[in-house]
Design a protein around this ligand. Structure first.
Ligand code: SF4
Length: 362
């Protein structure tokens, strides 16, 4: 068994401690940190300003091991989905979403998810485990490297600018590692992302939303998807029971937002289930005491999902009700439909393929 420590799992402070144990000066930790995260180097021999003696000690006691790419799928609309394999064989997804000027990367925080949202492929898997710091920040290492290669081939200049924690898992159920990762992603000697360009999307974990907003490390988005507790229990059963809608809204009302800042609410419109004008009016009432911005997303049902996509008429009528009441409501296009880009679709498809192969081989 490999007992070497994966340096990508350490915070900068922890790396300083590790370097001190090797009886090396403190500044060496910053050098190694920059090689790993800023330059994306995983071979100690490439760390040219690090002494030969330290490179030898590092090779003896440590490794730099990001996740590996299992599959890459590119959509006609430019969306790129990666299936990543972790050291224990588990699979996770990360997605690069293009816009005219830049890319946004959607990140996973858990293998599977305990929340069991009915419209989500990841929800059908259950929770296997939390992701480690190396596995969360490693997704960004791989996404950024892939884009650099693509940009040099295409002579393009669209860089990775935004991060959204909306992939597999409930980020606030892996809170400590999420916070540690946000510090690394924000660090100028690592990735240098602005806190304003990192958004954590949650189904609502009591107390954690307030902690995250207070930390100022990232923006908050709340996956709401229903305007009443009863409907939310049908669509997002565990999340709705963990933080019932009245208590959730109470916590959101008291968030220490900056002036002008709004909480983003995600609302997936599911055909015939939560997309009527009556639902829109209930949503207006629910959000009347919070500074809200609403992202409407048309459901992109997986192949065997019982849910339907909403009609364009229903979407427009729903959006109009919100706008008539002065709410900011944007329709977000579902990207990468031809490559199963919605959360968890590619992993569940791969798991089914693997199960079929194992059966065929048995
Ligand atoms: S939508 Fe998010 S919280 Fe709900 S099951 Fe999927 S990954 Fe988990």
């Amino acid at each position: 068994m490999d007992t070497k420590i994966n340096l990508l799992d350490l915070s900068l402070d922890e790396l300083r401690g590790f370097i001190a144990e090797l009886r090396e000066p403190r500044f060496r930790a910053e050098q190694v940190w920059q090689w790993m995260w800023q330059k994306g180097v995983s071979d100690f021999e490439e760390m040219s300003n690090v002494s030969k003696a330290l490179r030898g000690k590092l090779a003896e006691h440590a490794v730099i091991r990001p996740p590996t790419i299992d599959t890459v799928r590119e959509s006609d609309d430019g969306t790129v989905k990666f299936l990543l394999r972790l050291a224990d064989g588990a699979l996770i997804e990360t997605v690069l979403l293009p816009s005219r000027t830049h890319y946004t990367q959607c990140l996973s925080t858990q293998v599977g998810c305990a929340m069991g949202c009915a419209f989500c492929s990841t929800g059908t898997m259950g929770l296997a485990r939390n992701l480690a710091h190396s596995e969360i920040c490693g997704q960004v290492l791989l996404g950024r490297k892939w884009l650099e290669q693509k940009n040099s081939q295409d002579k393009g200049e669209r860089s990775l600018r935004n991060l959204v924690f909306m992939g597999m898992g409930e980020p606030l159920m892996n809170y400590d590692t999420l916070v540690k990762s946000l510090h690394t992603l924000r660090d100028d000697k690592a990735f240098g992302f602005s806190s304003r360009r990192m958004t954590v999307s949650t189904a609502g974990v009591p107390g954690r939303m307030t902690e995250l907003v207070t930390s100022g490390l990232a923006r908050l988005a709340v996956s709401l998807h229903a305007p009443t507790q009863e409907l939310r229990e049908r669509i997002m059963p565990r999340a709705a029971r963990m933080h019932p809608l009245p208590a959730l809204m109470e916590e959101l009302k008291k968030l220490p937002l900056r002036p002008q800042e709004r909480t983003t609410f995600e609302y997936i419109l599911i055909g015939g289930l939560n997309d009527t004008q009556q639902h829109a009016r209930e949503l207006v009432r629910l959000l009347s005491h919070v500074r809200a911005k609403i992202n409407l997303i048309a459901c992109n049902p997986a192949k065997d999902s019982p849910f339907a996509a909403p009609t364009m008429e229903a979407i427009e009528a729903f959006q109009q009700v919100l706008r008539d009441k002065g709410l900011v409501a944007m329709l977000r296009k579902s990207k990468g439909q031809d490559i199963e880009a919605a959360c968890g679709q590619l992993v569940t498809q791969k798991q089914k393929e693997q199960a079929r192969t194992e059966q065929a081989d048995a």
